[in-house]
Structure formats: C-alpha cells, structure tokens
Design a protein around this ligand. Sequence first.
Ligand SMILES: [Zn+2]
Length: 158
Amino acid sequence: MRIGYGIDFHQLVEGRDLWIGGIKIPHSKGALGHSDADVLLHAICDALLGAACLGDIGVHFPDTASEYKNIDSKILLAKTMELIQSEGYRIINIDSTLCLQLPKIKPYVTQMQEVIAAICGITSKDISIKATTTEHMGFVGREEGLVAHAVVLLKKGL
Ligand SMILES: [Zn+2]
C-alpha cells in the first residue's frame, strides 16, 4: 500500500472556461493555465505520482511544452494512470477537497465522479469529491483562484 498527496492552484479569470473534475461548469470565470487548468484532475495526478514516487505533474507534462497547450486534463490523468500501472499499481480510493467560493459544485459531483472513475478504472464509490468555501477569506474567498487537494491510496498487484 502507498499513500499519495497532491495539491493544485489556479487563478480564476474572465474569458476562460471552467473545467473541474473533467467537466465544464458554467461560470463567469474560468481557471487560467497552460492546459485546460483542471485543478482537481491536476491534484489527483500529483497524488498518484506522489504515491508511486514518480515526481510530479510538472516533470511529466511541462507547461513549457506546446503539446500540452490547452490540453484536456483527462488526457493527462489517463497518461498518469499508464505511468502508475506500468509500476504495477492500482487505485484503492481517492479522496479530494475543492476550495472555491463560487460556483457551487455539488450539482456536478456525481458527473465528476463518473468521469474520473472511468479514467482510473475504479467505481464512483472509490472517488470522493468534497468542496468548501473559505468563508470569503483570502484569494479563494475573493474569487481570485481555486485550490484542490487530493489523497490517494495505491496497492501493488491485484
Ligand atoms: Zn494545475
């Protein structure tokens, strides 16, 4: 068994789509980044890589590489899964928390779970997605950005 932890941050700006957990969420602002800036998928990728001691998302998918410009982060998660599977690992479960003031993500959680579960070869019951505001404090509270934390448990073999 191996535990892994990931955290990711993105700015929220006008004129960008808001992708969280592999789905596009209607909102007046979107996350700024080299890829589609999906903060939740990035945190999960980092947690997976961390559990397998394979570095981080920036090592495998550098934001200087044109091939990753505006890339769908579901592709990055799929590539990350290939990396951990090549080391003989499978996922037991993922737990995650999103920190953002707006929009409310609860209506989208089931769909996010289904998308992530399909990529990771687990069931929706194995992927927990929680959300919190920061009670209007700090950059999250001012709606300048959002944060995702993720913890994963991997097991080697079947
Ligand atoms: Zn990111």
